[in-house]
Design a protein around this ligand. Sequence first.
Ligand code: ASP
Ligand code: ASP
Length: 376
Amino acid sequence: MAAQKAQLLGAVGGQTPQLKISEAASGRFFVAPARESRPLLNIPHVLNAQQFTPNQLERLFLRADELRKMLAIPTSRRSLASRYKGHQLCSLFYEPSTRTRLSFEQAATKLGVGIVSTENAREFSSAAKGETIEDSTRVINEYDFSIIVLRHHETGSALRAASVSNVPIINAGDGMGEHPTQALLDAYTIKREKGRLDRLHVVMGGDLRHGRTVRSLAQLLSKYTKNHISFVSMPGLKMQDDVLKILRAQGTTFKEFFSMEDARSIALRDADVVYWTRTQTERLAESEKDLFAQNTKLSSPNHKSTQASVSSFVIDLKVARLMKKDTIIMHPLPRVWEITPEVDNDPRAKYFEQAGNGLYIRMALLDTLLSRRMHL
Ligand code: ASP
Ligand code: ASP
């Protein structure tokens, strides 16, 4: 099983081919015919954040930068738009999404890849009749797609799909598991804004127990040296032990804060990156939902309450003022109430640019998976 998993992730099987960046440095862009260019990364599927090495990330980021520049030049933009003509992407979403689905589909469109999409497969596909993800994947494999982007409500579903798929699977979020492409765009954003991915103090706050984006990002950051993570959450929504164990094993230091008071006086003042998340109410048990609703009501900004509740984990202007001048504030979105809209105008708030970066990272990923496939 471990060997099979390693193979699915591309962790075995020889050298990763070198990227030939198409003259980005000289500012001359051309779109090399896909068949002649070598794949950027030798990975068959994108299943989790751990599978990426810093070196691979660096190449992916360069490619994303390059694609961003190409899109700004009409001639290269036009040639990109026919690069993968004749290929189709299957966008298979069992859970709601705005950004992930739209940015993948837009990324595909900009590379000339056709799209066949189902946005509510949980209700409208044969899953509703009890079909397993393995069987659905086998069937979709018969339809001549070049790539499958899968979002699913069950943790581990992307790995299960990949284990029976000849077509590359991209995990676009699997239940409470991971959201690796979000972590890639998060890391890309941090690199663009801070110029590095090591020696950072990153504060992650909100619902760390159910949030797959923080799980993936923490693991990705643990691949770099001297990062320190402060986790800020209610005790019941703390980061899960499997991720903490990985951080320990990789030598990434971390500290947990269970009140906003403590986080305010220590972590938030010193952060390089503040990564805030919403409470994943759809993943709470019924009993927890009641408690959550009560707490949110009790101490919503219009209510005077000193109770330490979910809704006190809010970034507003007062909290933002505590942060350093060069801290960046990130959020995977959707934002609900945990960052107040007044913070949006603070130049340190980067969440909308962060979402925008998803387009270029996802283009770079599709480009590498599709070009690898053409070389097989
Ligand atoms: N996880 C989803 C996404 O990033 C949530 C949403 O889009 O509303 O696309
Ligand atoms: N959009 C992210 C996800 O799909 C975060 C969220 O939904 O809160 O995990």
